[in-house]
Design a protein around this ligand. Structure first.
Ligand code: JB3
Length: 214
């Protein structure tokens, strides 16, 4: 892989993304950070500069530049998903990011722009869709499917054969028992234990998890 790399967003998730990129020895290729609010981006320990807003992309065409999505917080307004799709449509490529200290079983398919963070485990037979996040220390056990733009939060556990559809969020430390299906853009709250299928767009919390009212 070659070419320049720009990081979109400079907040909390982007810090983890940049550390992963440095761990992969990509530092020579990282040009900088673009952020919607460039004057308030916290300093990063890697001295990666903030170049401005996404308007700067006009100086970095898709032919020479790839993008890394540093926005997290998928559950809030799907902004991460919309940004990815808009820029992908403009021709930008998003390399997948697998931290060298993640364990990804042989044969696992990892989509464009998917991010598998340090300490995560993705077991045999699983698929991680494009622009999805398997965050720090999360587990996707055998035959799992994490849909495009979905987010498995830090320390969450998907037991065997769990499917999490497009844009859904499984919050930090939640557990989804084997074979359960989580519908698209559903939100499973932190620490919940999901024992039944979750409808599209539903919000679940508790042990065992129950659907929250609108
Ligand atoms: O819990 C963990 C491990 N990570 C959380 C992550 C999943 O979500 C983290 O603790 C935060 O709760 C959250 O991280 P995120 O999404 O990085 O949020 P925040 O720290 O608020 O940073 C978002 C950054 O994106 C801000 O600096 C925004 O100005 C910037 N931003 C928003 N919209 C944008 C855009 N930047 C660009 N380039 N383009 C946009 O459209």
């Amino acid at each position: 892989m070659s070419g320049k790399l720009l990081v979109l967003g400079g907040g909390g998730h982007a810090q983890v993304v940049m550390e992963t990129m440095i761990s992969l020895a990509w530092q020579e290729r990282i040009v900088g950070i673009l952020d919607a609010d460039p004057d308030h981006v916290p300093e990063n320990p890697f001295a990666i500069p903030v170049l401005g807003t996404d308007a700067e992309l006009e100086h970095f065409p898709p032919e020479s530049t790839q993008l890394v999505n540093g926005l997290g917080a998928v559950g809030k307004d799907h902004h991460r998903e919309r940004l990815f799709l808009r820029l992908q449509k403009q021709g930008y490529q998003f390399p997948s990011l697998v931290h060298p200290d993640a364990v990804v079983a042989r044969g696992v398919r990892v989509g464009a722009g998917a991010q598998i963070m340090a300490g995560a485990v993705v077991q045999v037979g699983s698929v991680v869709g494009e622009n999805a996040i398997v965050n720090t220390g999360a587990v996707v056990d055998h035959d799992g499917a994490v849909g495009a733009h979905a987010h498995v939060g830090p320390g969450a556990v998907l037991c065997g054969g769990v499917t999490v559809d497009e844009g859904a969020l499984v919050g930090a430390g939640a557990t989804v028992i084997q074979g359960v299906h989580v519908g698209h853009h559903a939100v499973v709250g932190a620490g919940a234990v999901v024992v039944r299928n979750v409808a599209n767009g539903a919000r679940m919390a508790g042990v065992p998890a129950r659907e929250l009212p609108e």
